[in-house]
Design a protein around this ligand. Structure first.
Ligand code: COA
Ligand code: AMP
Length: 622
């Protein structure tokens, strides 16, 4: 079947199309209703199907000939550890850990926060929740205590699963003190904090409810899979929006499993038994979907890598892993490839390894910039595929559907809509624009399986953030255009979200942090273009009159404040102290103009600007 035929089938008969795809999975009871709408008008896929995601991902394979096949390969250059789990071993460990959760009183629908580094127990924790129908919420290890506290209050978890530490290139991050601080800050108190002790830094378990993971799990009984409905939630994953409060994106079991399974074959061209590696972190959506769920649902071997593209120990780390485990496809963020390119521009490390197993490179998380694309293309002479997606969707919205039809690659484009996503480019009034014209990227409803169905506990925020801007459409927050060949070019966010090292961050949230400094009267944060990380935050601050503190001290204090409140992952390093900020006559800060000025782009002075001279003032300071 050609891509066009597949796309047409998805548009002409969406329910028939997805019913057919759902048959690739082992349901306890097949869904009768494929697409339904609830009283809020929100669409759900496979709502009445009965299933268990962990069963589909593990038990089904154990029972069907894959018991001894490697399911997960843990490779940790930072701790010099390697370990392979077969499907049977992973299933057994998940069943036992699910038993531990049950013993702690965790029931179907309860929330469990997973705050862990890239160790296999993180995947085990997620799958153990899935096994008993509990809802996991993984929090990225690079976030600071206040970020964790916000998530604890929003998700109100019964239990937090964690590890004693994470191992970064230059330092060990002790998790337990961060959790203790977060619980102090939060209003909600989880019943237990279960800590997996790592030898690199053993945690002190002295608070009420603290438990040692291995101790509790060793006395637990393995449990069977709990049957859940297709529309029951598998997880909540918090992502940055335009305000300080992150949005809890929810994912339903049924649609998620179907989309994951379909995508492995249709997008990544990966068959059961093959080795797939997504070099991300379980704290991000890419890690949820393509380190844990999709490869396992497809019966593949997934690589679980605790390291970085460079410095663990060198820029050959990725190529070593590919050659050692015969990886067929690698999925990484462009920033990781840029970091490697910077260290090893001539590809000397690449030449040291046998990479004959590698067939395709995939990139997402930010736009794959043409220079990085060209470098990869030149080094590997393999297809390098950019594909665009978001936490909200859980999988690619546009891609080159390698398993359906290997379409020509256009550098800078994420190719064409994935079947199920009806992509339109709209102007600010909601009118469709012509080919090659930039606008807001919107997706006509209903969204396909796996996409969010609400923001956890906040339906009105869900509607206001995504559905009300253009009635009948989901608004992505990204801008871009479609060319004459129907190829999509995603050019960047149209809101206050920035992308640093492929990590999604909110400038609004950073502004809220800067504003808490006693010397700051007003501020703005923008994303400045960065050759390595894609974007880096840059703050502008107006000081209160009479402040006599040295400006260098204030700037340094703001760096520390950002690390303490959001985390090192914010990469906040620079503040420009200004007298005034460019604003509209109604007082709105012109952040886009500021960003264009900083990036040296041509810009039109907005007609609404209060005083254009401010732009010259800032130009002088920069
Ligand atoms: N736990 C704790 N801290 C973390 C962390 C984690 N899981 N991940 C990152 N950090 C910290 C880093 O140690 C660093 O701290 P520092 O300022 O004290 O040095 C800070 O957050 C910034 O990290 P990062 O932006 O990742 O920069 P880096 O200089 O450590 O590494 C790269 C640069 C390019 C190698 C790295 O950014 C990378 O591998 N990027 C790929 C990211 C990715 O896969 N994103 C995909 C998301 S879908
Ligand atoms: P996240 O929700 O963390 O996955 O971040 C999603 C955002 O990252 C999108 O809204 C885009 O702004 C950006 N993004 C992800 N993949 C791409 C891509 N291939 N091209 C352009 N932008 C991308």
């Amino acid at each position: 079947m050609s891509y066009q035929q597949e796309l047409d089938a998805s548009k002409n008969n969406p329910e028939g199309f997805w019913r057919e795809k759902s048959k690739a999975l082992e349901w306890f009871k097949s869904p009768q209703k494929v697409l339904t709408q609830d009283e809020e008008g929100i669409h759900h896929w496979f709502a009445d199907g009965e299933m268990n995601t962990a069963y589909m991902a593990l038990d089904h394979h154990v029972e069907n000939g894959r018991a001894d096949q490697p399911a997960l390969i843990y490779d940790s250059p930072v701790t010099e550890t390697k370990k392979t789990y077969s499907y049977r071993e992973l299933r057994d460990e998940v069943a036992q850990t699910a038993g531990m959760l049950k013993k702690l009183g965790v029931e179907k629908g309860d929330r469990v926060i997973v705050y862990m580094p890239m160790i296999p127990q993180a995947a085990v924790a997620m799958l153990a929740c899935a096994r008993i129908g509990a809802i996991h919420s993984v929090v990225f290890g690079g976030f600071a205590a206040p970020e964790l506290a916000v998530r604890i209050d929003d998700a109100s978890p019964k239990v937090i699963l964690s590890a004693s530490c994470g191992v970064e290139i230059k330092r060990i991050i002790q998790y337990k003190p961060l959790i203790d601080e977060a619980i102090k800050l939060a209003k909600h108190t989880p019943q237990n904090v279960v800590v997996y002790q790592r030898p690199q830094a053993v945690a002190e378990l002295s608070q009420d409810g603290d438990l040692d993971w291995l101790e509790v799990v060793s006395s637990a009984q393995p449990v069977e899979c709990t049957s859940v409905k297709g529309s029951d939630l598998l997880y909540i994953l918090y992502t940055s929006g335009t305000t300080g409060k992150p949005k809890g994106v929810v994912r339903e079991n049924g649609g998620h499993a179907v989309a994951m399974k379909y995508s492995m074959e249709a997008i990544y061209d990966i068959k059961p038994g093959e080795v797939f590696w997504s070099a991300s972190d379980v704290g991000w959506v890419v890690g949820h979907s393509y380190i844990v769920y999709a490869p396992l649902l497809q019966g593949c071997t997934t690589v679980f890598f605790e390291g970085k593209p460079i410095m663990t120990p060198d820029a050959g780390a990725f190529w070593r892993v590919i050659s050692e485990y015969k990886v067929k496809a690698l999925f990484a963020a462009p920033t990781a490839f840029r970091a490697i390119k910077k260290e090893d521009p001539k590809g000397d490390f690449i030449k040291q390894y046998d990479l004959s197993s590698l067939e395709t490179l995939f990139a997402a998380g930010e736009r794959l910039d043409p220079p990085t694309y060209e470098w990869l293309n030149e080094q590997f002479k393999l297809p390098v595929i950019d594909h665009w997606w978001q936490t909200e969707t859980g999988w690619a919205i546009s891609a080159n559907m390698r398993g359906i039809e290997k379409m020509p690659i256009k550098p800078g484009s994420s190719t064409v809509p994935v079947p199920g996503f009806d992509i339109h480019i709209l102007d600010d009034n909601g009118q469709e624009v012509a080919a090659n014209q930039q606008g807001n990227i919107a997706i006509k409803l209903p969204l396909p399986p796996s996409c969010l169905t609400t923001v956890w506990g906040d339906m009105s925020r869900f509607k206001a953030s995504y559905l009300e801007t253009f009635p009948g459409y989901y608004v992505s927050g990204d801008g871009g255009y479609i060319d004459d060949d129907s190829y999509l070019f995603v050019m960047g966010r149209t809101d206050d979200v920035i992308n640093v090292s492929g990590h999604r961050l909110s400038t609004g949230e950073m502004e809220e942090v800067i504003a808490t400094h006693p010397a700051v009267a007003e501020c703005a944060v923008i994303g400045r273009r960065d050759d390595l990380k894609g974007q880096m935050p840059l703050g502008f601050a107006i000081l209160k009159s009479g402040v006599e503190t040295d400006q260098a001290d204030i700037k340094q204090a703001l760096v520390q404040l950002m690390r303490d409140k959001i985390g090192a992952v914010a990469c906040y390093k620079d503040t420009v102290i200004v007298e005034r900020l460019p604003k509209t006559r109604s007082g709105k800060i012109l952040r886009k103009t500021l960003r264009q000025l900083v990036d040296g782009e041509d810009y039109v002075i907005p007609s609404t600007i209060d005083d254009p001279a401010i732009l010259d003032e800032i130009h002088q300071i920069l």
